[in-house]
Design a protein around this ligand. Structure first.
Ligand code: DGY
Length: 329
């Protein structure tokens, strides 16, 4: 007699071969039309499930968890897990996992793509050309800022920040950073001799400032009007981290007033909605949260999320467990 399998909610559309692999371990509930579930629908669908594979769009908080019983693991396809209340997960006996590391290099590549596009006004120039406005070449035509020989500032020097810094060697850039704690000498050396500075020095000195820190309530609007006013008028600001780290309304003002030269943004407060005034600004490059979006990396992130749920159902320790305290409960 076939015993019933534990149930897994795959809350977002998934590669068919991955579903085939998961179906060896779980009875699956799918969402191949890739709808974003409301909190009440999520609670309904999670009833009776062993776990869920989700993305940053699923908010796993006290309210949701208090409506559930028997859920053992929530596995997100993302390195960032600000959508999880880890304390609540632990209280409810739920293991929370993420998919770190495999996206570091791809995300660092994209931070550079945004920085270069912003500094050299690539999308602004392309829109100009596409609009049929190109009639002549002039000496001050779309002049931007150099990257080579300039100062790269990085706020948040974790694995992605360090991968961003390493790339600066080919451009002969000075690298400065600010982080919760200073890196070891060895890590600073590997990160193109990155130099630890206080936040104010970072803001004042950087020609290009990249945000690569995780979101938490403590860093909400850590870049606001006061911080933007400290930056150079020629500086660019790049955010590949999370919306909410930057006060978007203050950034719009700073971009309008020429307080900084430009911004490259992959993430926004309340995305996928975003402040409509960004659309009226020429000096901002906007992308829809795609920094880790390459075929190979997204596959690797999914595989990591899958490994976490399979480990859990086998009674093994999920490799990316975020709340190991849950094992003591
Ligand atoms: C991540 O991995 O955190 C990316 O931002 C996708 O959510």
């Amino acid at each position: 007699m076939k015993t019933s399998m534990p149930k897994l909610l795959v809350a977002r559309a998934m590669f068919p071969d991955v579903l085939a692999q998961l179906s060896n371990f779980f009875e699956l509930e799918l969402n191949q039309e890739d709808r974003i579930f409301s909190q009440s629908e999520l609670a309904e669908r999670l009833q009776g499930k062993f776990g869920m594979i989700c993305t940053s769009s699923a908010k796993v908080d006290q309210d949701l968890l208090s409506k559930l019983s028997g859920v053992k693991i929530i596995s997100t396809i993302a390195v960032g897990y600000d959508n999880f209340d880890l304390h609540a997960c632990t209280q409810h006996g739920v293991m929370a996992t993420n998919s770190p590391d495999v996206l570091n290099e791809t995300t660092a590549d994209f931070a550079w793509a945004l920085m270069m596009a912003t500094a050299r006004r690539v999308t602004e120039a392309e829109h100009f050309l596409r609009a049929g406005l190109w009639t002549k070449w002039s000496v001050d035509f779309f002049v931007g800022a150099d990257l080579h020989g300039s100062c790269l500032g990085i706020l948040g020097m974790g694995r992605i920040g360090q991968a961003i810094a390493r790339r600066a060697s080919g451009f002969g850039m000075e690298v400065i950073y600010h982080n919760r704690s200073q890196l070891s000498e060895e890590k600073e050396l590997a990160a193109h001799h990155a130099r630890y500075v206080d936040k104010q020095t970072l803001l004042r000195h950087a020609d290009h400032l990249i945000l690569a820190l995780p979101y938490s309530p403590e860093v909400h609007h850590i870049i606001g009007a006061i911080e933007l006013a400290q930056m150079k008028p020629s500086a660019t600001l790049i955010n590949i981290a999370r919306g909410g780290i930057v006060d978007d309304a203050a950034l719009i003002q700073a971009l309008r007033n020429g307080q900084i030269a430009g911004a490259g943004l992959d993430v926004f407060e309340n995305e996928p909605r975003f402040h409509a005034d960004f659309l009226g600004l020429k000096n901002v490059v906007l992308t829809p949260h795609i920094a880790s979006a390459t075929e190979r990396t997204r596959r690797a992130m999914v595989n990591r999320a899958v490994k976490n749920v399979i480990s859990a159902v086998r009674g093994e320790l999920p490799p990316d467990l975020l709340n190991p305290e849950v094992l003591e409960i």
